[in-house]
Design a protein. Sequence first.
Length: 685
Amino acid sequence: MRRWKPGRIAVSLAVGLLLLGSIEAMAAAPPAEDIASANRWYEQYFATDESPRALPFSFVYGGKPSAESIPQWKFERQTRELDNGRKQTELAWTDDTTGLQVRCVAIKYRDFPTVEWTLTFKNTGAADTPILENIQALDVGWQRGGEGEFLLHHVVGSPGNGSDYGPLETPLGSGVSKRIAAAGGRATNTDMSYFNLQWGGEGAILAVGWPGQWAAEFARDGEKGIRVRAGQELTHFKLFPGEEVRSPLIVIQYWKGDRLRAQNTWRRWMMAHSMPKPGGKLPPPQFVASSSRAYEEMIKANEENQIMHIDRYLEEGLKLDYWWMDAGWYIQQQGWPQVGTWDVDPKRFPRGLKPISDHAHAKGVKILVWFEPERVAPGTWLAENHPEWILGGAGGGLLNLGNPDALNWLTNHVDKLLTEQGIDLYRQDFNMDPLERWRGNDAPDRQGITEIKHVTGYLAYWDELRRRHPDMLIDSCASGGRRNDLETMRRAVPLWRSDYAYEAIGHQCMTYGISFWLPYHGTATVASAAAPYYGGGFTAVEPYAFWSNAAPSLGSGIDVRVKEIDYSTLRRLYNQWRQVSRFYNGDYYPLTPYSREKNVWIAWQFDAPDRGEGVVQAFRRNECDDESARLKLLGLDPQATYLVRDLDAPDDKELEMTGHQLADQGLAVIIPRQPGAAVLVYRKQ
């Protein structure tokens, strides 16, 4: 068996934001001690038949902290089995004096060290309640042992500037506090709402599920303690008789030992319990394409050129899973941002989108179509016919999904379009910050209510679309990935993870960071480092640019009207991506520090331990002089023998190494090109 020299990493790697420690082999299931820790926590807060002495949340009601008032209220507890893997407990407290009922619905996962809960507040009385304020859906404390200070691992959101999803670390020494919040009302505008709080060799992963304005604070409490609070940023309101509101979703996952193993436990929990499963299955890797660059989204698109583009992809042997029709297919006169008239433009599509759908379906291709229902431009149908539904009125603004009439109209109208136009995948964008509209609509004694009702309506809207179309996947886009909170990710996937498009280093870093938290995400490639956001014409096919944008959902923006493009190389890259895409739902391991510098390598590994195989992706950047490096692989069986192959090498050129050698000595990788990429697959013998 001949040996070969594959890809590479850097001998002189710059210090990144993420420091890699020793890594333990990933077990097939979460460690029993992690599950035991979560069970003990669940029992402490949710399993007592009497009102718990301590609660993992807090609020102020009528000027009194909940810790003082709620023990005096009537208490009830109910438990039921949701399925073999989940147990639900509902705790309820009722203030007989004012009629306020507080419910906490908690779920314990038996197969993961994970607990979640959501609060609801209902006025069961005949008069308005006193002021309910400062609701912290999470309010807990931890004590560290003698070893190891508190360290917060968190991550950038999707600001669309190339820093998207970059991993961050904040030391939380004595007297330190750290506040992190959403911006503008879009949950992951600036920061992701996912955290890993570590102390010594253990910690807790925390997530805030709220597609609105959340805030979290990590404050040291004494020499060895820390207190963590999180919830909707602003709550100060009375409730009307019969009115009910909810809090953000809170998730806690306990871990001990290795932090990267804990992150992979999180990824597995997401896939098992907290991702959409259209038709009962996780979304598979998919190759999608659009003509948005060539036709300024859909402004210059029509039935004929959409069908032509679909056929050209198929002619070149690039089998599509979805044909993507983005913004601008509806009636508008001023460009695609003029949203609010959700009818197919009869001038460009006199027969609607259905002929395109029918043509695609006959070729085995599905249809994806863009919507942005929450933003309403002036002069559109919604603005002129239902200004009472819009926070901003006839001048345009935010469609208020907390308005039952608006929500009902939108649900039925979009459902009709999905059905009549043959749309298989619903894509929802959100290109505005709603916070000012929400807060501007609230009276002083109702602060936070409009946001809560809009968020509740938004989630109910998607739930109803999924009920009516159980095989349909939803794509969440909010100027890229600005609404990727956990409640949204339970219903959708982000197929366009950032509006920062195509640039190689930025997207390498995005894959590096987002993969800790979201197993499924997408972007697009033009397979060229110099491709502009808009524009058709010839583009070079560059493997480095192609692989820098590779993701579980891979889009294509090349101009297939141009027959001089190097389709032979593009087909080879496409077929290689098809080979390795099955590994993206495996365990994820970064193999280098995170860095946006141009003179380093970056690399990672996706491992499928149940199959004994995986993939390594490595990149030598354009100013990096080192053409070789060793990558120490993770999660392998040290006693097993593995065969490793570079996808660009012949099939018979395989390197044989033991798992111990791959982990201890590392895999020698060479990339002669500057910049260049290497993709290596391995399998257990």
